[in-house]
Design a protein around this ligand. Sequence first.
Ligand code: FES
Ligand code: FES
Length: 201
Amino acid sequence: MPQAAPAHASAPPDIPERRVRLHINGTPQDVVVAPWVTLLDLLRDHLGLTGSKKGCDHGQCGACTVLRDGRRINACLALAVSLDGQAITTVEGLASPDGHLHPLQQAFIDHDAFQCGYCTPGQLCSAVGLLNEGGAATPEALRELMSGNLCRCGAYPQILKAVSTIALQPLAGDDEADAVLPLDPPEPVVAVADGATKVQA
Ligand code: FES
Ligand code: FES
């Protein structure tokens, strides 16, 4: 897990910074951050988690989609200081700790659901969020529920096929649904003295 780097270098001296704790992909991260820093910039520029992509930076493309307490949000629209104490899951946190891909990640591979891949992290996080919302009842509903994520390569047929294999209701069964619906974010790792959590002063 990347360590928190200074998130306050650009703050003018007369605007107070805030200390916030985010549980990112299961690991507590304490940072001191300027109030205008978005979650996306915090992830990419200060924590080294560059999987989440910046497309429009205006909430219109979905490339920056991450999960906040299991629900999808546009990280470019969320101020980091507003998320104190919350659990954030990025594409880097979708696979299990032992390296097994999330079923949606495997489905994207199986169905060749990407070309350049720029939209893929957001598509994956959005699809996991869709699962957490209960999936989609019909293919039409699935298209609508994934419509916030644009793909400049036009890989929509493959993306929708991949997502539909996992998120189209009815799911194969309660047991299988439980296996692919990570409704709860991973348990945070308790901060330890070896620097696993770093507080920026
Ligand atoms: S970069 Fe956030 S929605 Fe486009
Ligand atoms: S795969 Fe290129 S933007 Fe979607």
